[in-house]
Design a protein around this ligand. Structure first.
Ligand code: NAD
Length: 257
């Protein structure tokens, strides 16, 4: 029997990168997947990839920072198969590479809004659904930057530290309810987010930057979105029934530095 047979898994930021890889991984292991993203094109692409893997997907376009949109999407998601068993709150953004004293207020707010408020709004709906059912698993996307500094990413680092804080707090509050809440902490993963950081570079500069990021990791490479998906599925699975309030590093050793 596949690990997630008869389960419904909800993924935000499912239109790209880590969210897409995780949605496909859930589908390959038997789950029906609810895909949430701002980007309609990305959502459609992920849905067709899930269907190619013989999975079934409900694609909902919503902004995770919009309370009404999040509540409407969750109502639709729950109505689809009657329940949500696993939720991966993964939609997130970075800001331009600038030191703390030079971050525009609007950029700081934008990153905090998506990465912190967005995760919390989704988690709140998930908790309200899962607590009365006395079961369910939530995974939030932290980062190696939930615990480590990153020069020129002060706003992002603040937001990811908050994700770890929210995760631990909810895990403690709801520890006795049967709902588990954890985070996954990726290292440098080759996705659109990483490419975005190199937007204004020449190809040569970009290759150099990718190599520099790879070299930070003790394993001397960047990670693949599928490697994060493996960690998320583990946390959601029955192999992790005594794990709550944890942040699982999937980072080629970066957080050990
Ligand atoms: P990505 O840019 O490929 O995907 C992010 C997705 O989130 C996009 O499809 C985007 O449309 C969606 N999104 C953004 N804002 C949204 C909003 N307001 N509402 C709904 N959807 C929204 O990036 P990724 O690398 O796959 O990142 C996924 C998560 O992993 C993020 O939380 C990111 O911070 C985290 N992360 C990434 C890395 C990395 O190196 N790529 C490392 C650590 C953590």
């Amino acid at each position: 029997v596949p690990r997630f047979a008869d389960k419904v898994a909800l993924v935000t930021g499912a239109g790209s990168g880590i969210g897409r890889a995780t949605a496909i991984a859930f589908a390959k292991e038997g789950a029906s997947v609810v895909l949430i993203d701002l980007a309609r094109d990305g959502l459609d692409e992920t849905r067709s990839l899930v269907e190619q893997a013989n999975g079934s997907a409900l694609a909902l376009s919503a902004d995770v920072t919009d309370e009404d949109a999040v509540q409407a999407a969750f109502a639709q998601a729950v109505a689809w198969k009657g329940a949500i068993h696993c939720a991966f709150n993964n939609a997130g953004i970075t800001h331009a590479t600038v030191d703390t004293a030079d971050i525009p207020k609007s950029e700081f707010e934008r990153v905090l809004k998506v990465n912190v408020l967005g995760v919390w709004l989704c988690m709140r709906e998930e908790l309200r659904h899962m607590i009365p059912r006395a079961s369910g698993v939530i995974v939030n996307t932290g980062s190696v930057m939930s615990t480590h500094s990153c020069v020129t990413q002060g706003g992002y680092v603040a937001s990811k530290a908050a994700v770890f804080g929210m995760t631990k707090n909810a895990a403690v509050e709801y520890g006795a309810t049967g709902v588990r809440i954890n985070a996954v902490a990726p290292g440098g993963i080759r996705t659109a987010m990483m490419s975005g950081i190199f937007e204004n570079l020449t190809e040569e500069q970009r290759d150099q930057s990718v190599q520099q990021i790879a070299d930070i990791h003790p394993m001397k490479r960047t990670g693949r979105p599928e490697e994060i998906a493996d960690g998320v599925l583990f946390l959601c699975s029955d192999q992790a029934t005594f794990i709550t309030g944890a942040m699982l590093a999937v980072d080629g050793g970066w957080s050990a530095l």
